[in-house]
Design a protein around this ligand. Structure first.
Ligand SMILES: Nc1ncnc2c1ncn2[C@@H]1O[C@H](COP(=O)(O)OP(=O)(O)OP(=O)(O)O)[C@@H](O)[C@H]1O
Ligand SMILES: [Mg+2]
Length: 336
């Protein structure tokens, strides 16, 4: 069985073709970095026009890469929310049009479910139920995953998302937008004990997060320092990342202790590509005797494979979506 997945919820236009043996037959992706970097963030209108310009070509290239034709595809899937509505309309319209013209099934994939299921494609030993840390540009949640389409939200951010906090701090330090990766690189060379940044809600006795106070603390510290040389920058990044890691460590440990029926821990979303955060989860797993797994880093950020995979799992579970389905800018995992 072959699945085609289209992702267009933010600033990545991606198309993938996979089969039911979890083989990636094609993956084409264009990140709209040049279009948005001069504005310091994603401009929704520019993003949707760029998706429109790229998506046809990426589908054609994916078919060439996989050495198949559209007729060989069994199910056509599109990320259909949450996300920027203009981009979602582009991806889901083209997916529905192809599906309708060939009379093939269409699956409207929840973008967060795609992040949530991605580790399963690469770790055949991973089983439900598992504890999920979903850390991306727009979300920070702890969820118990009982199965495809079955999610229980245990904790969430009450303000900024973790990735958003990484991005805003990166911007304060002079990097372009989506600077999480730059912070990680810089932190590797820094001293994490140099600055004592806050750990908001560390002792809140629940599984919720807050990052806006941490972001403000960074702004205040950066404004205090006149000239930030390379060493100072590295120390700020290391100290900032240490705060984030302490918070994640505490909340996930608490979540697993409160749910001791769960024997698997996974992380998904762009921030889960961070090697120190991955190490933290592995340490939690070792302490609590829990199996920890991730997708490879390049499949943690937005990509087409996750849409093709989540769509295929839904299809195998008997779920298809009508050709009249409209994408949703907001779409919680618990509503699936
Ligand atoms: N190595 C890293 N360390 C920390 N953050 C990272 C790293 N790599 C990517 N990120 C962050 O991950 C985020 C992008 O992830 P993703 O593509 O999953 O987000 P999104 O799709 O915009 O949001 P959502 O999935 O919530 O809709 C950005 O905030 C980016 O800075
Ligand atoms: Mg995402």
């Amino acid at each position: 069985m072959i699945s085609l997945g289209i992702e267009s919820s933010c600033d990545d236009t991606a198309v993938a073709i996979i089969n039911d043996k979890n083989e990636i037959l094609a993956h084409q992706i264009i990140t709209q970095f040049d279009e948005h970097s001069k504005y310091g963030g994603v401009v929704p209108e520019i993003a949707s026009r760029s998706h429109l310009n790229y998506v046809d070509k990426l589908i054609k290239n994916a078919l060439i890469e996989a050495q198949i034709t559209l007729n060989d595809i069994d199910v056509i899937c599109a990320g259909s929310g949450p996300g920027l509505i203009g981009g979602l309309i582009v991806g889901s319209s083209i997916a529905k049009s192809i599906a309708y013209s060939l009379q093939k099934p269409f699956v409207a994939v929840n973008h967060l479910e795609a992040h949530a299921l991605m580790p399963m494609m690469f770790n055949k030993d991973l089983k439900f139920p598992y504890m999920l840390l979903l850390v991306s540009g727009g979300h920070t949640q702890i969820l118990k995953v009982y199965g495809v389409g079955q999610y229980k939200l245990l904790g969430t951010t009450i303000d900024d998302a973790c990735g958003e906090c990484f991005d805003k701090v990166a911007k304060m330090l002079g990097w372009d937008y989506m600077g999480g990766k730059e912070i990680e690189k810089s932190a590797q060379k820094g001293d994490e004990t140099k600055y004592d940044f806050p750990r908001p809600m560390l002792h809140s006795h629940d599984l919720n997060f807050s990052f806006s106070g941490l972001k403000t603390a960074l702004r205040t510290q950066i404004e205090k320092l006149n000239n930030i040389d390379e060493t100072t920058k590295n120390d700020i990044c290391a100290s900032f990342q240490a705060s984030i890691i302490d918070i994640i460590n505490k909340k996930l440990t608490d979540a697993l202790k409160m749910n001791n029926d769960v024997k698997y821990l996974v992380a998904g979303g762009g921030v889960s590509s961070n090697s120190q955060i991955r190490k933290t989860l592995e340490n939690i797993g070792n302490k609590l005797n829990i199996n920890v797994s991730f997708a490879p880093p390049k499949y943690c950020t937005d990509n087409g494979v996750m849409i093709a995979y989540a769509g295929l799992l839904n299809y195998q579970n008997g779920k298809t979506s009508p050709y009249t389905t409209t994408p949703k800018p907001r779409w919680n995992l618990e509503d699936l």
